[in-house]
Design a protein around this ligand. Structure first.
Ligand code: ZN
Ligand code: ZN
Length: 325
């Protein structure tokens, strides 16, 4: 078992069986899995309000202009690509400033694993793989998505999506995301697949935002893209709803890997803990983890550790008592 009590920027693969359970965790923040924290509700409420607010104000004019100016493939393929790229690099650049220049310094009090300090190396290592995944996996998947959405109906209808549409469709999105990501991810933790595919993503035991899609191309397709994009296909969503859902899903993935539990942001603790210990919190929401008994938190692990130590001490004391008798 490795122990780290001073800051480190080491980036090397750890054996899933050898994870460290420290008593010194840095700042006292709650690490319990709470699927619906204040930050979750606040963050998504703001994002969804901004979306529907601007749709209400400018939506009709904007959409009429887009439909009149661009051909269908450009709207679906080009629009989806732009939304994905802008959303990804917006958050990742802000987090890079926070990680590498420690700006704003006050946010560092929210660092989840404060003893592991990200460096430029962590970023440059991820960059090439991330670009490969975005272009070599993301673009062909976009083409497939285009075909599937066209087959399901007309994703660029004149009528704009409403909050009620989103409320109904998001039930399907969330179910497909939870099922697809949880079981896909668990499958990738099978020893054979882990070594060949998923080990790459687990290089970062204290993840950073850009590492959200630092992974094998097969993993990117199975775990990241398919569960996210299949929902809007199945629910026959409007392309604008798909763009909102991609923004939510991508922001959530980056936030889950960002390494900071910032106020009013969704809690990244569950997935951060997965990177640290490998065998807990496989799912994005937590329902299947709860069902399969794979939920975990530092408190639960430390609790187990204390319980084990207490039991061992009791056995030892009993053995010594027997010896004396
Ligand atoms: Zn991850
Ligand atoms: Zn994993």
């Amino acid at each position: 078992m490795t122990t780290a009590t001073s800051p480190t920027s080491e980036l090397e693969h750890q054996d899933p069986e050898q994870f460290a359970v420290e008593d010194e965790w840095g700042p006292a923040v709650s690490h319990h899995k709470a699927p619906f924290e204040v930050g979750d509700v606040f963050f998504y409420a703001v994002l969804i309000s901004l979306f529907f607010g601007s749709l209400h104000l400018y939506g009709e004019r904007f959409w009429a202009y887009v439909l009149a100016t661009y051909p269908k493939p450009v709207i679906i393929l080009g629009g989806t690509f732009i939304v994905s790229e802008v959303g990804f690099w917006f958050w990742v650049s802000l987090l890079a400033v926070l990680d590498l220049y420690q700006f704003p310094k006050s946010f560092w009090r929210y660092k989840i694993q404060p003893l592991k300090v990200p460096t430029w190396d962590w970023y440059t290592k991820a960059l090439w793989v991330v670009l490969q995944n975005q272009f070599l996996v993301g673009v062909p998947t976009g083409l497939l998505l285009y075909k599937l959405m066209e087959w399901r109906g007309n994703p660029i209808g004149m009528e704009l999506p409403t909050v009620m549409d989103l409320a109904k469709e998001s039930i399907g999105f969330l179910i497909i995301e939870e099922l697809g990501f949880y079981y896909g991810h668990r499958l990738l933790h099978h020893p054979r697949l882990y070594k060949r595919i998923h080990k790459q993503h687990h290089l970062y035991t204290a993840p950073i935002g850009i590492a959200a899609i630092y992974c094998h191309p097969i993993e990117h397709f199975i775990c990241n893209l398919s569960p996210l994009l299949l929902g809007p296909v199945v629910m026959n969503s409007h392309i604008l709803t798909l763009w909102l859902w991609i923004t939510i899903g991508q922001t959530n993935a980056i936030n889950s890997h960002c390494g900071f539990h910032l106020p009013l942001f969704p809690s990244p603790l569950a997935h951060d803990y997965h990177h640290e210990v490998f065998n807990k919190n496989f799912g994005p929401i937590g329902i299947l983890d709860w069902l399969h008994g794979t939920s975990g938190s530092r408190e639960m692990t430390l609790e187990k550790k204390k319980l084990r130590e207490a039991t061992q001490a009791k056995i030892k004391a009993k053995n010594e008592q027997v010896k004396q008798e």
